[in-house]
Design a protein around this ligand. Structure first.
Ligand code: FDA
Length: 517
């Protein structure tokens, strides 16, 4: 049914069987459209079901390498036969770039590359890129409850994509981004060379820890620094509606949150709800944070810094750090083994979604906030969620060029906009996406400018993208400076060295300076 594509695809498969010195084993990890498990392998890591429709372009072949020679053969044969590669670890890319392309392509899925090797004594771990964050946390907790990795809450995220784009999580005001906590890596380049930190050099090692996935080559594994956490930590949630003074609390939060102790990660989630009193629409603002300490240590801090929030003992729960991952996923009564469940879908938020992000450097006014709330009350936003996540802490002290992730000093908080819709509404997806664009446009005067910054891991193709063929530096710079500010130039230089012909590419991959296509 794909006559145009049949030939490169056949040549590619033949090349794979010839170039792998162990052809029986590579045949076990290849899925073509004729394979009975092609769809289940493809769909098992499509996290945004917006990209799982019948008209979504599908890969010709999926390869799930189980040894490094499989990666080498796949890269070699894809280059030879003009197929693009999309690399997939956890499949959480918000625009589906790890499994959707407009040209004939092959998905390299790292599901079989996911060992996690924790050395608690030396506080390091080697983690293969196909592992999910939950697996990393679980294996650390098996050895120690007072060690952690500075990773995200949502635990089905793959470490391959997550660390490649920076990596924000509940420990980031204390220990920085996930990329800040990587000390070595195993990486395969366009020529099939397997490199580590020493052999790749500091420029490439810098680039892969935040410069965005899918641009430079394939990360096979990361060596992570594990960080100390107290045996007892505290998590709290305080929810207030507009009638309960939410607006004033958010306005105050903007001034206070970024100055709270590094041991906290204050956030406020906002969504539209029906008031329990009169059934009319209102906004619920949910203030929450992790605190690396006990309730008794936390309460006086909050009483002194943010008394208006009225945080009480009842709002707080004590637990171990790994249990706080369950708490913030709202599954605190589950056994820790749930963290190993790669197919778990968080009941919070939909499975069809569009997201956007912003950075805020000056507190926004009450009028601005009211305008945001009024848009959150729109019909399209009935299950939308907007989250402010406080910056400050160590983020103010790590230089902007330490890694490609540039959003350091000077940011009060980041905004995450998520609009999502149920399956039956997917035919009307555009209506919801348009809502997100309208809100984004409304927010223009209140957020960062020149460039209007965005977080690379919250991928958003609206802010600019590459062409299918040649993309000039000037064009890529439009989205590149938003994600990476002044680090974008250095990323382009690294790319020019490691992959001058731009084999590893997608809609927002870093282009080399000059190449012939
Ligand atoms: P996926 O496999 O889709 O890869 C993402 C990108 O990286 C693609 O371009 C892909 O080609 C590339 N890539 C993947 N593996 C690679 C490898 N081994 N080598 C080179 N390139 C590779 N972020 C955050 O910082 N904090 C958070 O709390 C959250 N929370 C969150 C919740 C939910 C529900 C979603 C869907 C997403 C997030 N994110 C997030 C964003 C997340 O960090 C981002 O989508 C990551 O890129 C996901 O990494 P995956 O490996 O899962 O994605």
């Amino acid at each position: 049914s794909f006559p145009m594509e049949a030939s490169p695809h056949k040549d590619f498969l033949q090349c794979l069987s010839l170039s792998s010195n162990d052809s029986t084993s590579i045949s076990n990890v290849i899925y073509t459209r004729n394979s009975s498990s092609y769809s289940s392998v493809l769909e098992s890591r499509i996290r945004n079901l917006r990209f799982n429709s019948t008209d979504t372009p599908k890969p010709l072949v999926i390869v799930t390498p189980s040894r490094t020679s499989h990666f080498q053969a796949t890269i070699y044969c894809a280059r030879k036969h003009g197929l693009q590669i999309r690399i997939r670890s956890g499949g959480h890319d918000y625009e589906g770039l790890s499994y959707v392309a407009k040209v004939p392509f092959v998905v390299v899925d790292l599901v079989n590359f996911r060992s996690v090797d924790v050395d608690a004594e030396n506080r390091v771990a080697w983690v293969q890129a196909g592992a999910i964050l939950g697996e990393v946390y679980y294996r650390i907790a098996e050895k120690s409850r007072t060690l952690a990795f500075a990773g995200g809450i949502y635990y089905t995220i793959g470490v391959g994509g997550y660390i490649s784009g920076g990596g924000f999580g509940s420990l980031f005001r204390k220990y920085g981004t996930a990329g800040d906590n990587v000390i070595d890596a195993q990486f395969i380049d366009v020529n099939g060379r397997i490199l580590d930190r020493k052999s790749m050099g500091e420029d490439l090692f810098w680039a892969i820890r935040g410069g965005g996935g899918g641009s430079f080559g394939i990360v096979l594994a990361w060596k992570l620094t594990l960080v100390p956490v107290p045996a007892t930590v505290t998590a709290f949630t305080v929810s207030r509606t507009l009638e309960q003074n939410a607006t004033q609390l958010i306005l105050q939060w903007q001034d206070i949150a970024h100055q709270l102790p590094d041991e906290m990660n204050p956030g406020v989630s906002m969504f539209s709800v029906n008031s329990t009193q009169d059934g009319r629409k209102t906004i619920l603002a949910s203030f929450n944070s992790l605190f690396l300490g006990t309730i008794d240590e936390l309460l006086p801090i909050m009483q002194q810094r943010f008394p208006e929030l009225g945080l009480s003992r009842q709002d707080c729960s004590e637990m171990s750090w790994i249990e706080s991952i369950l708490y913030f996923n709202q599954i605190q009564n589950q056994p820790l083994e749930i963290l190993l469940n790669r197919t778990f879908r968080n009941p919070v938020g939909g499975q069809y979604y569009k997201i956007k992000s912003d950075y805020v450097k000056e507190p926004i006014s009450e009028t601005a906030l009211n305008g945001l709330f009024s848009r959150l009350s729109d019909e399209e936003a009935s299950s939308a969620i907007i989250i402010f996540m406080a910056y400050g802490g160590i983020m103010d002290r790590i230089p902007e060029d330490a890694t490609p992730f540039p959003h350091r000093a000077g940011n009060l908080y980041k905004i995450y906009y998520n609009v999502n819709w149920p399956e039956e509404e997917n035919v009307n997806a555009q209506k919801y996406i348009d809502w997100a664009r309208r809100v984004y446009s409304y927010m223009t005067p209140f957020v960062s400018k020149f460039p209007r910054e965005a977080y690379a891991n919250y991928r958003d193709l609206d802010i600019g993208s590459n062409n299918v063929e040649y993309t000039s530096y000037a064009q890529a710079k439009i989205w590149g400076r938003k994600y990476f500010r002044n680090n974008f130039n250095r990323l382009v230089q690294v790319k020019t060295k490691i992959d001058p012909e731009n084999f590893f590419k997608h809609e927002q991959s870093v282009p080399p300076f000059l190449y012939n296509v």
